[in-house]
Design a protein around this ligand. Structure first.
Ligand code: SAH
Length: 258
């Protein structure tokens, strides 16, 4: 138990996977942290920045190999902060993009505990950049939306596939791997052309990154045959074609040099 009263919690974005895709502020806070609670998708290399004395809590691996329940994470944050520790809550990507950072901030606010939210590069932005797919493009896409592919049973608003099929040019879908057949069906049902290109980016920005490309017509079978696994991001829209253009231009340049 430390002197109580001086604790603070930093809810920090750890970026999309590449340990260099974090903010200077995130690195400084990891260096200064006395306690770090980190999620499964956080690149563990980031923990090299912390001091040997830092208390490290892996929220992705609680006893019996289950993820630590959200309530327990919040209780742990509160407990350490009340004991006076400087706590970093490290979350994959950006803490507020499908990250439940708000629930944690709300809990801290209710306890009167000071906290700060530090943004991170969200995986849609990271994976798009690392795979050569622009989410917007002067000629092909004036808008993009970040969408969750899974909705916890009955919680929150329904996903408006009917509107998303028409009103947004590029869809970046998180947590959609197991829902891919359903997502595809919904978009086709609501009139999205089956020729719309789709990219599946597995482990974006990491050395294991894999990009699988298809169209709405075949993407679910392609995903199965190529054994797509989590974490992966689904990008749907004409911008996916730009990747082919980039790859083609790169190959031509290489062949001219060679
Ligand atoms: N707060 C995170 C998202 C958490 S939801 C962020 O801002 O990125 C978890 C989902 O993020 C995964 O199911 C997957 O769709 C996506 N994701 C996270 N890391 C990824 C990566 N390296 N490559 C592709 N998708 C990733």
């Amino acid at each position: 138990m430390k002197n109580s009263g001086n604790g603070k919690v930093y809810i920090v974005g750890a970026g999309p996977g590449d340990p260099e895709l974090v903010t200077v502020k995130a690195v400084r806070l990891i260096q200064q942290a006395e306690v770090i609670l980190y999620d499964r998708l956080v690149n563990k290399e980031l923990l090299q920045h912390c001091s040997p004395e830092t208390i490290l809590i892996d929220c992705g691996k609680a006893p019996r190999a289950h993820a630590m329940p959200q309530e327990q994470i919040q209780q742990t944050l509160v407990r350490y902060a009340l004991e006076g520790y400087t706590v970093v809550r490290l979350k994959g990507g950006d803490p507020l993009v499908f990250g439940r950072g708000t629930e944690e901030a709300l809990e801290l606010a209710e306890w009167g505990i000071p906290y700060e939210i530090v943004p991170g590069v969200t995986s849609a932005i990271g994976a798009a950049a690392a795979s050569g797919i622009p989410l917007t493009h002067r000629h092909y896409a004036a808008s993009f939306a970040c969408v969750t592919g899974s909705r916890c049973h009955g919680s929150g608003p329904d996903i408006r596939w009917d509107l998303l099929a028409h009103s947004v040019d590029t869809l970046a879908i998180y947590m959609g791997v197991s829902e891919l057949p359903n997502i595809r069906e919904q978009l086709l049902k609501h009139g999205k052309p089956s020729s719309t290109p789709v990219a599946l980016i597995e482990r974006g920005t990491t050395p294991d990154q894999r990009v699988i490309v298809g169209t709405l017509a075949d993407i679910d079978t392609v995903a199965v045959s190529r054994k797509l696994t989590n974490p992966a991001l689904i990008i749907i829209g004409e911008v996916v074609r730009i990747r082919e253009q980039l790859l083609h231009a790169e190959q031509q340049a290489l062949s001219m040099i060679g």
